[in-house]
Structures are given as C-alpha cells and as structure tokens.
Design a protein around this ligand. Structure first.
Ligand code: PGA
Length: 251
C-alpha cells in the first residue's frame, strides 16, 4: 500500500512570521494525521522555525532545493547535510520553475537527488511537459527523458526512497488542472517506466504525486485514480484551510 503524500510547496512566499503562522495553523488540524503524509516545504529562511513547530507531530518538513556538494566555497548554496540538520525529511528537486528560471537540468537534478539520498532525505523529483510539448504530442517523450535521466544510476533502494511529482507545466499556477484521465494516463506511464528499469515490486511501491492547480475541489477525483498517490500543491498550500481541506479530501 502506498501512503498518500500531500506536500505544500510554498515557493518564494511567506516571511518568517507568516511561515510560523501558517505552519501553526496547519499543525492545529493535522498534528496527528496518520492516514495521509502531510509535508510542508517553506523557504530556506523559515525551515528551522517551521521544523520546531512541527516536531513531534506527523507533519514532515521539506525543502525546495539543494546543492549537491556537502560544503565549501559555493556562496549562496545550501547542502543536503545542512537540510538534514534542520530536520528535513524531503526536498523538492527539478521543479519546472527551477528548470525554467535557474538552469536546472536532468543532470543537476540527478546530482541533487543523489546528495539528498546520501543524507537520508527523500527527494521529490518533479517531471512534466510544457504546453507546446503536449500540443506537439511530445508529453510522453519529455517525461521519459526527465525520468530516465533525472534518476540515472539510482539503486533499487534509492528508487524506493524517491517520490516522483508529475507536474504538467501548463497546469502550474494556471487554475487549469490536468483532468483525472490525463493525470492517470501519465502516472501509469511513469510507473511503467520504473517497472521497466527496477521491476514490478519497486514500481508498485514508488509514490507518484500529481501537481498543478490542485485544490480542495479537485483533489478527490485526482486521488481516486489508481496511480495518483498524492499531490504537490503550490498556491493552495499558502492558505491553511485550503491545504488542510486537500489533505482531508484524501481520506
Ligand atoms: P500550483 O503549483 O498548485 O500553484 O499550480 C504547483 C507546483 O508548482 O508545485
């Protein structure tokens, strides 16, 4: 059985006080949520404080990015070992915004994910096609490229500790989510790719989140799909009541 995982990607939103307020509100409703794994991914500057708030609850902490070296002369970067020290259980890598605005490639995603796994942090590896790629019917090729190359060299154990987030770029922040059929079709395809590389046991265990305009109104139908194991939530994770409703919508 794959445990549903709902992660809130706060992106570059919320200062320290706002982060503390949001995490505290979420905690009030989800502190003992056993059935669904809820993960909060604040900015680097709020990780430590959010960590303090959710320690001792079932809510887990995630970061939004990482650099692959452990330490050294890399001004401005944060390593997996540092994320570990503030209590991160997860870290998003390869989000489309990082691919689009910050030069992230499958190769750098791969290095980052491996650095996280080394520290026992579970990577949430984002994949997904842009609108023009879907229009050109290239969505499966693009996702295959992301999967195969972002996960290159992963052992079976690495794969079992990795979460995949399928996020069609055209659905992110647009209010237009993929239909449940579109999500299921791609999630099944992704699971098939993992099956091809690691076999059925691993493929059946790996969790695949959907991301892109997830809200309380559409979570139920998305999560009802066989291969949809959770969601990576942007905009709606910035409001405690919406995020809580999404998590509870999975019950
Ligand atoms: P959205 O963002 O929920 O605001 O569409 C999703 C994401 O980018 O992870």
């Amino acid at each position: 059985m794959r445990k549903i995982i709902i992660a809130g990607n706060w992106k570059m939103n919320k200062d320290l006080k706002e982060s503390i307020d949001l995490a505290s509100s979420v905690k009030r409703s989800l502190y003992d949520m056993e059935e669904v794994e809820a993960v909060l991914c604040p900015t680097f500057t709020s990780l430590g404080d959010v960590s303090d708030i959710i320690t001792g609850t079932t809510i887990r902490l995630g970061a939004q990015d990482v650099y692959w070296e452990r330490g050294g002369a890399f001004t401005g970067e944060i390593s997996s070992y540092m994320l570990k020290s503030v209590g991160c259980a997860y870290c998003i890598v390869g989000h489309s915004e990082r691919r689009q605005f910050f030069g992230e490639t499958n190769e750098t995603v791969n290095k980052k994910a491996k650095a996280l796994l080394k520290e026992g942090i579970m990577p949430i590896v984002c994949v997904g096609e842009k609108l023009d790629e879907r229009k050109a019917k290239k969505e499966f090729d693009v996702v295959k490229d992301h999967i195969v190359n972002s996960l290159k060299g992963f052992t079976r154990e690495d794969m079992l500790r990795t979460v995949i987030a399928y996020e069609p770029v055209w659905a992110i922040g647009t209010g237009i989510n993929a239909t449940k059929e579109q999500a299921q079709e791609m999630h099944k395809y992704i699971r098939g790719l993992i099956n091809g590389i690691y076999g059925e046991d691993v493929a059946n265990a790996v969790r695949i989140q959907y991301g892109g305009s997830v809200k309380p109104e559409n979570i139920k139908e998305l999560i009802s799909q066989e291969d949809v194991d959770g969601a990576l939530v942007g905009g709606a994770s910035l409001k405690a009541d919406l995020f809580v409703a999404i998590v509870k919508g999975c019950l």
